[in-house]
Design a protein around this ligand. Sequence first.
Ligand code: TSX
Ligand code: MN
Length: 600
Amino acid sequence: MKETEVKRIPTNHKRLIRWVDEMAALCQPDRVVWCDGAVEEKKRLEQEAVASGELIELNPEKLPGCFLHRSSSNDVARVEHLTYICTQNAEDAGPTNNWMTPKDGYEKASAMFKGSMKGRTMYVIPFCMGPIGSPFSKIGIELTDSIYVALNMRIMTRIGTPVLKSLGSGGEFTEGLHSKADLSTERRLILHFPEDNTIWSVGSGYGGNVLLGKKCLALRIAGWLGRREGWMAEHMLILGIEKPNGDIKYITAAFPSACGKTNLAMIVPPEGLRHKGYKIWTVGDDIAWLRIGDDGELRAVNPENGLFGVLPGTNSKTNRIAIETMQRNTIFTNVLLKPDGTVWWEGGEGDPPKEGIDWKGNPWKPGMKDEDGKPILAAHPNSRFTAPISQCSTYTDKTEDPKGVPISAIIFGGRRARVAPLVYESFNWQHGVYVGAQMASERTAAQVGNVGEVRRDPMAMLPFCGYHMADYWAHWLAMGKKLKRPPKIFHVNWFRTDRAGKFLWPGFGDNLRVLEWILDRVDGKGEADKTAIGYVPKPESLDLNGLDLDPATVRELLSIDSREWLADLKLQETFFSQFGSRLPRELEAERIHLRERLSS
Ligand code: TSX
Ligand code: MN
């Protein structure tokens, strides 16, 4: 048998070394390379990836340090139907997760991993979620045969020698094993073993399936750890809003996909509020780890170190800060390559280019149609950029604070053409948990399935909760009891339309007007009407200066139709019923009280 070549091992962590040996024996790579995270290593990996065709170097004058990657065309998104929680008892995964036993999981995936790295290099990537050395942080090691994963992980997380130093000779870490294997959908599985602090991902090379620090560790495994250790792993952005007097208030917000979470995380104040001198700070755009600080307040850390954002629809009108962030040291995945070595996507900067190479690698011109007469897209709808968060002009080094930032308000939201008003405040923490648990969003044309269909997505965590959803809600309720001053919980909806389907609210930068009301409420200011669903702003309590909204539109945005709400409550009831007796009594009580208030 051919000896696996192993470069210098930079750790004396015996269990780690033994595990890497065992996984190498299973996957049989030609080489094992321990990543140190240095700049020289980055350059070497980039050169190798360009030589093999995995990356295309972009125009070094216009986009320095940027690369294009095309994934396999059957491998362009997370695969929820192939994502499993592997626990001894099915009940611990709950009705919203796929489940198999750990034994079945290891057996099935082992057959796929066996010999999968022959002829390839296995990279050993020590990574840290959260600032190195922070009590918030968690260390993982990802073994992967993908150079694309290695390069993405060094943007999305803190990697290399400093992480191994922090781990020492006996520290705890999440074991992550990834192989592209043959990229076949028949041999693809994303498995979580929370009882073993282990993640196995095989048969994919794409984003959320393979950057194991992100959804797999920072949400599913961390959620499990957080329940045990008394903290929370949430699918939330973290944003700071600074007043001219230097006072900064931080909020977190959870939205289902296609609601513009990354855009809100980099919101640009609208012209009409410019005179108020707000400064915006982006702490994170996707994941928040929430802990109770020594002072009894809720504090948040962004476990990530980069942005992995959707590109279609991103331009300098919808998100100027993101566009500026991705002008250097960025990996673009599944977008159009222009003849000048730059990139483009649907809804990107300017008009479609006259020609280019599409995300599948084929020549492309605007207006091209496939055999079925459907337009051929330049970029995949789920095409992405990976960029260091430190390149964001609204980045703050508060992101590195090992204690996290104090949270004043929690915002839930969804895309609803009707029912949900622009904004409302829950009555208290328990009611706020109910508001998060019944969250829902309507499908857009960019997603697969029926446009407009309402889907429940509690706390935007449906695909990311690594244990029983009802236990997750119980954990939320328990956390509220432990907080000295629980943050106020709000719900927003930027997507309400009139009868003709036209958006009533301008959205984007103007959403700061809503955030302003939310912070006023936190300060005990900001006038509201007490309604059946919660506190709704009085129209005059929103600063609409510079906006051309007529009073009837504002009234419609803030209106509550009891009949629509009662119909929606039926859908909530159906959704809740799947959790049976495990559903916390408090949430059932909130639903019944809401029905009573709406009916009276
Ligand atoms: O991200 C969005 N946000 C949040 C911004 C901070 N989007 C894009 C959603 C897809 C990711 C929005 N789209 C928002 C929004 O607030 N609102 C809308 C709907 C909308 C779209 C266009 C207009 C108004 C509202 N107006 C014009 O096109 C002129
Ligand atoms: Mn996300």
